[in-house]
Design a protein around this ligand. Structure first.
Ligand code: HEC
Length: 153
């Protein structure tokens, strides 16, 4: 119990640190030492590769009915915002889905990005997606990521 609280606290501190790093690198943006802000890189990559399906603000392909079938009887790309399910998955799983894509009956296919994006680009995109989550979701997902041990490697 104590260790879970400790992990949650660490996760919350790490996300605070990330937010303040992002802010301070923005503050430095007008001196002559331009820094590549991973959050804005992630945002640009998300908008270029993911937003067409998952929505500019991560509200999903069909924001009015994100988990309902459309006229073709297919469910669209799900939201990545707090209403979605994305935050339930540890980073390893989210990276894997993005690299390999996913295809199942009754749902539009998710394309594979393994040959288009590097793992660190995908992690930058995930970092941007995480800015939409609540602090509780960020902490829970960080705990899941820390505890996850892949069963097959
Ligand atoms: C052509 C449309 C399309 C594009 C572009 C797309 N996706 Fe998807 N994505 C989908 C669909 C449809 C699903 C649901 C697939 C399923 O569940 O079988 C999905 C599911 C996912 C999931 C699983 C979510 C969950 O809750 O299980 C993740 C993570 C994801 N996409 C990330 C991304 C990222 C990151 C990008 C950009 C690099 C991206 N997607 C681009 C259509 C797309």
């Amino acid at each position: 119990m104590k260790s879970i609280r400790c992990i949650l606290l660490i996760a919350a501190l790490v996300s605070l640190l990330l937010v303040s790093c992002a802010r301070s690198s923005q503050d430095r943006s007008d001196n002559n030492r331009p820094t590549e802000d991973p959050l804005s890189a992630g945002q640009a990559l998300y908008q270029a590769h993911c937003a067409t399906c998952h929505g500019v603000e991560g509200k999903g392909q069909f924001p009015d009915n994100p988990y309902g079938p459309d006229a073709n009887d297919l469910i669209g790309a799900p939201p990545h915002d707090p209403t979605g399910h994305t935050w339930h998955h540890p980073d390893v799983v989210l990276v894997q889905i993005t690299q390999e894509g996913r295809s199942q009956p009754g749902v539009y296919p998710m394309p594979a990005f393994g040959d288009k994006l590097t793992e660190s680009e995908i992690m930058a995109i995930l970092g941007y997606i995480k800015t939409w989550w609540t602090p509780e979701q960020i902490a829970a997902q960080a705990t899941a990521s820390a505890q996850f041990t892949p069963s097959v490697k």
